[in-house]
Design a protein around this ligand. Structure first.
Ligand code: FUL
Length: 470
């Protein structure tokens, strides 16, 4: 009899684990609501005009005489960005803080007679101005003499400890996937398990990015484009960081029934390069180009990490800052007023009509559950027709992501079907733009789902026609 129950429990256990679907941790959920923040590539390359420093650069070249992290933060805030992630150490190995574990740091530079500390200045400025502070720490190091030996893993762990203890709280930690030879001609076998454990122990609130997480994944390209189908879940079994990662397409779309919750982040630069190059001053992306990136990243349920590299004075240039401010204005002007806010709502399931106030209450933390696989739809309706060329739908992610196919029908006051839109995933926010139509009702039907989709909002906007997605 005992054996019988053991077998039953075993079968139930297996079934349960097969059905178990991933969902976000509280810190991932907070991260997903951050939408947009800045990346700053800054270091020796800012002075040598390179993208990948060789590691042999003399420390004295690093001398940003007008460095002003408050200026960076003021511009980030004015752009509506929620935080800044800085390259504390890029592949060239120069530490922007006076690390005890390297002799290739700001301490050895001329800047402030070796008394400067970019991480201190920036972490304090971020805190003063209410921005989150994040750090990029490149595992690949073309300078460190221990690189390519097991001791380099100790160096990296010690650097992590130093940064988290001296400049925390750190909200996001960023690991790129590059793994080349060090000055000794060797490649490193990174002990990522230990690196991760170190961070989790000191700072469990930190979200860690790498191509495959653990908390945030790369979107598979450096152009800032999330997948039109974008699952927050991913399978990482059998893959490693960097060259051993999943195909870029999988990173872009995620996996429908992926075992782990690892949402996508879209990293892209406001200029062609990651570091500042004077020759690129005239190639800064326009506010309209940034708006398009916003539609294709945040509007597909991912976060946008926009790189704005400070120049060799240690300041953000006027062209970058004016583009950023223009970008904010476009977002505010075009997505400031949801025409369907407080519109009448309905939820139709198998012929029964109910109200679903959550769909137009402007609150992303209330939602309507799309209950079963029977015929159902939900909608928002106005008393008169309005001109609409953008629809935004939002899936509440607290209980996971479920919709894999949806249909949106747009009707006018005479009950005529004016437009039909089909899509796949929804995720945190899905923005769909189209040539303008006059309508009074937006109706959403979930065509396929792998659990019960919760919809928190159905919104409609009239944006500038030139800004609709090309
Ligand atoms: C890559 C790096 O090799 C680039 O230089 C840049 O930092 C980019 C964001 O990540 O892996």
């Amino acid at each position: 009899m005992k054996l019988f129950f053991c077998i039953i429990y075993f079968i139930i256990g297996i079934k349960g684990s097969l059905l178990a679907q991933p969902g976000p941790t509280p810190q991932q959920l907070v991260w997903q609501d951050m939408e947009f923040y800045l990346f700053m590539h800054f270091g020796p390359n800012t002075f040598t005009d390179l993208e990948w420093g060789k590691g042999t650069e003399k420390e004295e070249i690093f001398n940003p005489v007008n460095l002003d992290c408050d200026q960076w933060c003021r511009i980030a805030k004015a752009a509506g960005a929620k935080g800044i992630i800085i390259t504390a150490k890029h592949h060239d190995g120069l530490c922007l803080w006076p690390s005890k574990y390297s002799t290739h740091t700001v301490r050895e530079s001329k800047w402030k007679q070796g008394k400067g500390d970019v991480l201190k200045d920036l972490s304090e400025a971020c805190r003063r101005q209410g921005l989150k502070f994040g750090v990029y720490l490149s595992p690949w190091d073309r300078n460190h003499p221990k690189y390519g030996t097991p001791e380099y893993n100790d160096v990296f762990v010690n650097m992590l400890k130093e940064i988290f203890h001296n400049y925390g709280p750190i909200w996001e930690l960023w690991w790129d996937g590059a793994n080349g030879e060090g000055p000794n001609g060797k490649k490193q076998d990174y002990d990522f398990r230990r690196f991760e454990k170190t961070v989790r122990e000191i700072s469990p609130q930190t979200v860690i990015f790498s191509d495959i997480g653990p908390d945030i994944r790369w979107c598979g390209n450096e152009s800032g484009l999330a997948g039109i189908t974008n699952w927050n879940s991913l399978d990482t079994a059998g893959f490693t960081r960097g060259a051993g990662g999943p195909p870029q397409d999988s990173l872009n779309t995620g996996n429908r029934n992926g075992k782990l919750w690892i949402p996508a982040e879209c990293d892209v630069s406001i200029r062609p390069g990651w570091f500042y190059h004077k020759a690129e001053d005239a190639k800064v992306k326009t506010p309209e180009q940034l708006f398009e990136l916003y539609l294709k990243s945040v509007g597909r349920g991912a976060n946008l990490l926009l790189n704005v590299p400070p120049d060799n004075r240690g300041l953000i240039t006027a062209s970058d800052s004016s583009s950023l401010i223009g970008f904010r204005k476009l977002r505010e002007k075009n997505f400031g007023v949801n025409i369907f806010r407080n519109a009448n709502t309905y939820y139709l399931q198998s012929g029964t009509l109910k109200r679903a106030k959550a769909l137009s209450d402007g609150n992303d933390r209330t939602w309507q559950v799309m209950e079963s696989i029977e015929a159902y739809s939900a909608g928002v309706e106005l008393k008169k027709d309005r001109r609409v060329n953008a629809v935004v739908i939002k899936e509440n992610l607290e209980k996971g992501q479920h919709c894999s196919a949806f249909k949106i029908l747009l009707f006018n006051k005479r009950d005529q079907l004016v437009k039909e839109i089909s899509g796949t995933t929804i995720g945190r926010k899905r923005i769909i733009t189209f040539p303008a139509v006059d309508i009074s009702t937006i109706e959403l039907t979930i065509m396929d789902q792998n659990g019960e989709t919760s919809i928190s909002e159905i919104e409609g906007y009239n944006i500038e026609d030139t800004l609709t997605e090309k």
